[in-house]
Write a protein that binds this ligand. Structure first.
Ligand SMILES: Nc1ncnc2c1ncn2[C@@H]1O[C@H](COP(=O)(O)OP(=O)(O)OP(=O)(O)O)[C@@H](O)[C@H]1O
Ligand SMILES: [Mg+2]
Length: 548
């Protein structure tokens, strides 16, 4: 995709606006800027009530089933299909599920789509694409659950483009035909770039509306007419309530990061938007996690649907990621982070995302890290959107190596070659852990994640142990014992390896990239000159050179 290399990443073709993150969800925590604030824009609350339910009594028919299996797919024997699904760990649930395709050529994409696939250099469909495309192109409602970085964006974008091309052209005053809702402004912009790359040659106009940016350009695009709209919910509701656009023509609805979108924080907004869309619409929901809490709600929006899971049916992480968990004390984290960044600094590829729980902490950490000489930037919900976009652009194009962020960066972001994810603060639920670490190890790449896990997080130890075991990762005795205590028991201190090397200190002796003897270890005595623990001096000087 063009956003893979930073230089070609632009912020969604002059789009603006709203969005915001819905209120009080299980995915929100503290002042993370991802869930606590009430609905993003000021006007949204006031206009909420004004968005009335349209009259669906006299609907014009539309086409949603245009899938014709390729002859080689149609002639495939059931045992071949079963073998393919087993090999790719594809589980399907639902009636009359179409067979997967096995090669790009087996789905009749128009030439312009095939040309773009070639340009991207993709050799074969990912599992979620192989099974997802025939379902989506058959007009079925679906849920697609597949690991982070496994190509879900294209799994819904290409069918969207075909769906749009099968409909009557837009007339003056018509709203979009395909709508993708995403939880963050950055993710919405990223998705629009995929839509643009795969849709523009067929005159599918797309735009992105999201909070925090000026409305003028967004409103202009909407009024002029776009077939494909990518939006964060708050800003879209603003435009709907003002009458800038409408969803009367919308027949293809995607919830990306659907579990997040159906979580309490966003659910009222999503409900309000879906009410505007004709009931015979096609609905597609996607995520790497599918917690039980939202399943019933999802069902109410889906009606009859097909569910596709790739890999485990339980909560599971991308197996290209080496996961390292360090059980430690809160007051050890800064020192450990410093050592870790020194180690990473010696790597050729050092693009790193550090997650912290609160906006204040993100600001503090990024300041400390930058002062110590690393090239770092921060994004969180209190920063201006212009700042957030600029920092992410610098991260994508390599001007900075370290991005410090709240969970606003946890979902969906696809930045090429992120090699390390550090959970400075362990997230408040296991789904967020899966998504955060999933910023590395994307497509067929590998990556490493670190988590500082304190006694305060002990309630999550059991879940984490399950996730680690499912992904064949080493579980340290400390973590295992926290899990078996079920969250009880106080921190006793004295864990032998607290200042050990990564090799020892993380994951109980698992070999990893920091295992080499020549590497500096956590155990080396380091003095941190200043009160923040990262005081300047010679050491940080050295690190300047590592990153310049
Ligand atoms: N068939 C393919 N072969 C190789 N790479 C692909 C293929 N399809 C998509 N990709 C690339 O894989 C990367 C990850 O894709 P994408 O962002 O869609 O993942 P995702 O499943 O949505 O992940 P997340 O759960 O984190 O949102 C992108 O850079 C994309 O260009
Ligand atoms: Mg995604």
């Amino acid at each position: 995709m063009s956003f893979r290399n930073g230089s070609s990443y632009k912020s969604g073709g002059g789009c603006g606006g709203g969005g915001g993150y819905g209120g009080g969800s299980r995915f929100s925590n503290g002042d993370s800027g991802y869930g606590k604030k009430s609905f993003g824009t000021s006007s949204y609350k006031n206009d909420f009530a004004r968005t009335t339910k349209p009259d669906f009594s006299d609907l014009t028919p539309f086409v949603k089933e245009f899938y014709q299996p390729h002859p080689s797919v149609a002639s495939r024997q059931p045992h071949e299909i079963e073998a393919y699904r087993a090999k790719h760990q594809i589980t399907v649930k639902g009636k009359n599920v179409p067979d997967p395709i096995m090669k790009f050529g087996e789905v009749n994409f128009p030439d312009y789509v095939e040309a773009q696939i070639l340009r991207e250099g993709f050799s074969e469909p990912t599992s979620i694409q192989a099974q997802g495309w025939p379902i989506a192109l058959s007009g079925r409602n679906m849920v697609g659950v597949a690991q982070t970085g496994s190509g879900k964006t294209l799994a819904y974008t290409l069918p969207a483009v075909l769906h749009i091309n099968a409909q009557e052209r837009l007339k003056q005053g018509d709203g979009p035909i395909a709508l993708v809702l995403a939880p963050t402004r950055e993710l919405a912009q990223q998705i629009q770039i995929v839509a643009r790359d795969f849709g523009s040659s067929t005159h599918v106009r797309s735009t992105c509306v999201f909070g925090g940016a000026p409305r003028r350009q967004q409103a202009y695009d909407l009024r002029r007419g776009v077939e494909f709209l990518i939006a964060t919910p708050g800003r879209l509701l603003d435009f709907l309530s003002e009458g800038t656009t409408n969803l009367r023509r919308c027949t293809y609805l995607v919830l990306d990061e659907a579990d997040r979108m159906l979580d309490m924080g966003f659910e009222p907004q999503i409900r309000k938007i879906i009410e505007q869309i004709r009931p015979d619409r096609q609905v597609l929901m996607w995520s790497a996690t599918w917690p039980t809490e939202i399943r019933n709600l999802a069902n109410t929006f889906l009606g009859d649907f097909v569910q596709v899971n790739i890999g485990s049916l339980e909560l599971s992480a991308n197996k290209n990621i080496l996961q390292i968990v360090d059980v430690c004390r809160e007051d050890e984290k800064e020192r450990k982070l410093y050592s870790l960044l020194q180690e990473i600094g010696q790597e050729n590829e050092k693009r790193t995302i550090i997650f912290a729980m609160t906006k204040r902490k993100v600001d503090n950490l990024s300041r400390i890290i930058a002062r110590a000489g690393w090239r770092a930037g921060a994004i969180h919900g209190d920063k201006s959107q212009a700042d957030r976009d600029a920092v992410l652009r610098s991260f994508r194009n390599g001007k900075i190596d370290i991005l410090v962020a709240t969970d606003v960066a946890a979902r969906g972001l696809d930045v090429d070659d992120v090699k390390f994810v550090v959970n400075y603060d362990y997230p408040s639920n296991s789904e967020d852990y899966i998504h955060r670490i999933g910023r590395t190890g994307r497509s067929s790449k590998t990556g490493t994640s670190y988590a500082f896990f304190t006694q305060e997080n002990s309630r999550q130890a059991r879940d984490l142990v399950n996730v680690l075991k499912e992904a064949n990762q080493v579980v340290s005795a400390e973590l295992e014992s926290m899990a078996s205590r079920g969250g009880g028991g106080g921190y006793k201190g004295g864990y032998g390896n607290r200042y050990g090397t990564f090799k020892g200190g993380f994951g109980g002796g698992r070999e990893n990239r920091f295992g080499g003897g020549a590497r500096k270890s956590f155990g080396e005595k380091r003095e941190f000159g200043s009160s923040n623990g990262y005081g300047g001096g010679e050491r940080s000087h050295k690190k300047f050179s590592d990153y310049s």
